[in-house]
Structure formats: structure tokens, C-alpha cells
Design a protein around this ligand. Structure first.
Ligand SMILES: *Cc1c(COP(=O)(O)O)cnc(C)c1O
Length: 498
């Protein structure tokens, strides 16, 4: 399988180039040259496989430089860090399920891909004969950062430096990051919001002077944000896995459609669902759920993507995003894979802050996608209702999806089963969960966790309590314009270590 850029589909590259660079040189995102087909028979066969096997099957369709056995050893190692089944499907009622993707080490769905990516990168790097250290600058809205730090900490030939929006992540998320051990990791707060941090990191990737400087230090920048193809492929696998679980449990027959409702920010998770559909999975509707930052639901209603709106900090910070990077991959498909059209829209977004894909293309997208949003007060109510009705404790991000899903199901007559994708564990957001349940919120984070655990019997792992007793190793705050120099400084430090 070869990969092409969304902005210039003429040049195809190998999987290792796509994964090891992250972004295409023209600023576009790498997409598969074609969607590898998966037959219903192959999907049915998955019912007998465990999660690492299912994942390796799907990954092998994308990365043929590695053998199935090599990929299986990667997914087996990656998912051995999880607590039990990496992607269990929980039934709530008749046709409503939740796919829990937060049983990894950092308690959010980012672990599904970021526990695989470092191993995949290392394997592809050795096949490609790349000697340089992979230096990985990451912008995070809260969960990617810790998952990347955990994934790459101690991995030979790599270094990861995380930039998070100062004051824009939950206290537990911040704690998780700044206490990370290892000498190939760094964490820095950036003044501004997530979009500012993401833009600064994207700029660093295009900074020729920085690239030269890193070269002399034996480093090469690699992206690990959700635009990296090595994150997308492992995410495609859990859509197939959920379907196989529904089949195995006799909840559906082979060929039946299933809807998925996904709490969305950078559009990586839901895009993987769309890829699964293009590969042959019987997906009905993909419901894109936003929080108060409803740029995507507006886009899916009007065809206009507009940044002319305030950035709102919410209790679901990992979805506080206005520039949704992976949407470019969807646009590419609905622009007839015409790179010039995509380039035009992206330039309009950069120069004028908006673009309009037109009524016809929107109608095509809406054959598969619906968007909706839930405001903070609404999804807090939904979180409490879910707990009352099913005894199910959802985190605020997952509650956004449940809220949007309820509105969608109310308005439609079909009885297609719906899988809500659960993206984080409540333990990452105890204060917001307690507030949603109408409880008084203790100021102290450990007390909040303990109160949530006592009230709901939701088990909080010891490792989460322990975070609050650990030493904070990183406390630097910088301006977005200083991101390149921070990356260079980190490269020097990595060099001294080697
Ligand atoms: C990252 C994240 C999201 C958004 O996922 P995207 O792939 O960026 O759309 C939603 N919920 C949680 C908890 C996350 O960490």
C-alpha cells in the first residue's frame, strides 16, 4: 500500500515515509492510495480473534512493509499494557451500546493508537534504515500528550516534547503529563488555547532553519498528532472489532448496518470509522458529536466551515478545538480526490477564516454523516441521567456523544443499533463528573476522586491517586512563537544524553 497527500495526490510514498514524517511536504495529510477491501467473511472470521489479532489484521492491510507476524507482535505488546479487553462493547439497552476505548494506561482513547505508534515507528524506521533520532513535537488538548509521553518514554531513538494550552486541560490531565518519568520526554505549557499550540507545532514542522539545526544534532522531526497515519490505522481496527463483537453476541446479523456516534475534536476518531466503512464495514450513519465548540456540527449542517466564533473552554477539554485537522482527509474524498480543490479550501481557511464546500458536496457527505452538539449544561444533565437510568458513569466527553445520540435517535424512525464511542474514563474528570451529578465538588483533587469513587463505586486505580503525590518535573510556560527554540533546546538535551 502506498500513500498520497491530500494536496497533491500525484506523488505516492511508502508507509514508512508516511508514518515517519507525519505530514506531507506540501502541508497535506497522507491518505491511502485506495481503501483496502475487507469482506464480510473476513469480518465474521474476526469474531474468533482477540483484539491484538483483529488490530494486526487491519494494520497489515495498510503497512505491507511489515509482515502480519511483525504487526501482531507490535499490537500484542501495545495492548498488553491495557487493563483487560482493550475495546469492550457494553450494552445499555435494546439497540444502544458503548464502545469503551479508555482501558489503556492513560485512561483515554488516545492509548488505542499511541501505544502502537512508537513500536510501529521503530519497526518502520529500522526497515527504512533511518538512523536519526525521531524528535516528536506534540500539541495536545489534554489526552494525546500523556498517551504520547507514556508511549515514547524510554523508546530508543525517539524523544517527545509535548505542548499543552496553559490552563486549557483538566488538572488531572496536567498532573499526568508533568509527572512523566524518563529522560527522552519534555512537557511545556503554551500561552493561548489548543489551536494556538497546534498552529505553533505545525509551524515548527515547516521551519527550515529548525530542520537544519536538528539535522546537525542528528534529529529529525516526526509527527505523532492524530494526523499521523500510524495513529489512524489502529483506530480503524476498533470499528471492525465492535462490529465483530455485535455479531459474536448475536445482536446483529452479518451485513446489518450499525450507527456510530463519536465525540469529536480533531476528527481523527470518526474519520477512522469512515475509513472502516469505505473498506467494507456496514456502517449506517456516523454521528459527529461536538461540545460548545460546534464548528463541525455547523459545517455538517451548512457546508460552511467558519472560524468566526469564540473558542470556549469547557468541561470536555479534549474536544475544545476549532481547527479540526483530520477533516481535510474527508474533504479530499468528497472533492473527488482532487488535491487542488482541497488546497483551495485550506488556503481560504488560512486567509479568510472560512470555506464553503457547496450544497452538492454537503448533500453527499450527509448521506453518511450527521452532526450535533451538546452544551456543557446539557451534557452534564445527560451524564446524570445515564447514571440514574443505567448506573453507567460516563466521562464528560462520552456524555457529549450520548446527548447528541439521544437527539438523533429521537428524531429518526430506524432501529439501527447505535454504538456510542466512549473516549475517556471518568477518573480523568472527577470534578466535572461530580458537578454533573449535582454533588458539591471538593477543592482538593484527591478528595474529589475519593468522593466520586465512594458515591458511584467506580474504581479509581491507585496509579491515579498516586499522581497527586508525585513530583512535578516540568513547569515551563512559553509563548507560541518560542515553540521552535524549545524544540531545538530539547534536541540538544537529547544529543547530550546519547
Ligand atoms: C482526543 C479526544 C477526543 C476527540 O477525538 P478526535 O479524534 O480528536 O476527534 C474526544 N474525547 C476524548 C476524551 C479525547 O481524548
Amino acid at each position: 500500500m502506498r500513500f498520497i497527500s491530500t494536496r497533491n495526490p500525484a506523488d505516492a510514498v511508502s508507509g514508512s515515509t508516511a508514518v515517519l514524517s507525519g505530514l506531507a511536504p506540501d502541508g497535506g495529510l497522507y491518505v491511502p492510495e485506495s481503501f483496502p477491501p475487507v469482506s464480510m467473511k473476513e469480518i465474521e472470521d474476526m469474531t474468533a480473534l482477540d483484539y491484538p489479532e483483529r488490530s494486526a489484521r487491519i494494520m497489515s492491510l495498510f503497512f505491507d512493509e511489515l509482515s502480519y507476524d511483525e504487526l501482531l507482535s507490535i499490537t500484542t505488546r501495545a495492548y498488553s499494557t491495557f487493563d483487560g479487553d482493550p475495546a469492550p462493547l457494553v450494552k445499555l439497552d435494546g439497540g444502544l451500546y458503548v464502545l469503551e476505548l479508555w482501558h489503556g494506561k492513560t485512561h483515554a482513547f488516545k492509548d488505542m493508537a499511541l501505544s502502537v505508534l512508537p513500536l510501529l515507528m521503530t519497526a518502520l524506521k529500522s526497515k527504512a534504515g533511518q538512523k536519526e533520532t525521531c524528535l516528536i513535537p506534540v500539541a495536545t488538548s489534554g489526552d494525546t500528550g500523556k498517551a504520547a509521553l507514556e508511549g515514547f518514554s524510554g523508546v530508543e531513538g525517539t524523544g517527545v516534547i509535548v505542548f499543552y494550552p496553559d490552563g486549557g486541560v483538566s488538572r488531572t490531565q496536567r498532573r499526568q503529563m508533568v509527572t512523566t518519568l524518563g529522560d527522552n520526554v519534555s512537557v511545556i505549557a503554551v500561552r493561548g488555547n489548543f489551536d494556538d499550540a497546534q498552529t505553533a507545532v505545525k509551524r515548527a514542522f515547516g521551519d527550515e532553519k529548525l530542520k537544519e539545526e536538528l539535522k546537525t544534532l542528528g534529529c529529525k522531526m516526526t509527527g505523532a498528532n492524530s494526523i499521523n497515519l500510524g495513529r489512524l490505522a489502529p483506530q480503524v481496527a476498533y470499528y471492525f472489532s465492535a462490529y465483530a463483537d455485535l455479531l459474536a453476541a448475536g445482536q446483529i446479523k452479518a451485513g446489518d448496518e450499525v450507527d456510530f456516534c463519536v465525540p469529536t475534536g480533531n476528527f481523527g476518531n470518526i474519520l477512522a470509522g469512515y475509513y472502516a466503512y469505505r473498506m467494507g464495514l456496514p456502517v449506517g450513519t456516523l454521528i459527529c458529536a461536538s461540545n460548545d465548540n460546534n464548528v463541525l456540527s455547523d459545517f455538517l449542517a451548512t457546508g460552511v466551515y467558519s472560524l468566526d466564533r469564540p473558542f470556549i473552554k469547557t468541561t470536555s477539554p479534549s474536544m475544545d478545538i476549532l481547527v479540526s485537522s483530520n477533516l481535510e482527509r474527508l474533504l479530499f474524498e468528497f472533492a473527488g480526490r482532487d488535491g487542488a480543490v482541497v488546497r483551495g479550501w485550506m488556503n481560504e481557511l488560512k486567509d479568510a477564516g472560512s470555506y464553503d464546500i457547496g450544497a452538492e458536496r454537503l448533500a453527499e457527505i450527509r448521506k453518511k454523516f450527521r452532526g450535533g452538539y451538546a452544551l456543557q449544561s446539557d451534557y452534564a444533565e445527560t451524564l446524570a441521567e445515564l447514571y440514574d437510568e443505567y448506573g453507567y458513569l460516563a466521562d464528560p466527553h462520552t456524555a457529549v456523544a450520548f446527548d447528541v445520540c439521544a437527539s438523533y435517535r429521537d428524531g429518526c424512525v430506524s432501529d439501527v443499533p447505535t454504538v456510542v464511542v466512549g473516549t475517556a474514563s471518568p477518573v480523568k474528570f472527577a470534578p466535572a463528573v461530580l458537578a454533573a451529578l449535582g454533588e458539591e465538588v471538593p477543592d482538593d483533587d484527591v478528595k474529589a476522586l475519593r468522593k466520586m469513587e465512594e458515591l458511584t463505586a467506580f474504581p479509581v486505580p491507585d496509579s491515579v491517586y498516586a499522581l497527586f503525590g508525585m513530583k512535578e518535573r516540568f513547569n515551563e510556560t512559553i509563548d507560541p512563537s518560542d515553540v521552535p527554540s524549545a524544540v531545538a533546546k530539547f534536541a540538544e538535551k537529547l544529543g547530550e544524553r546519547a
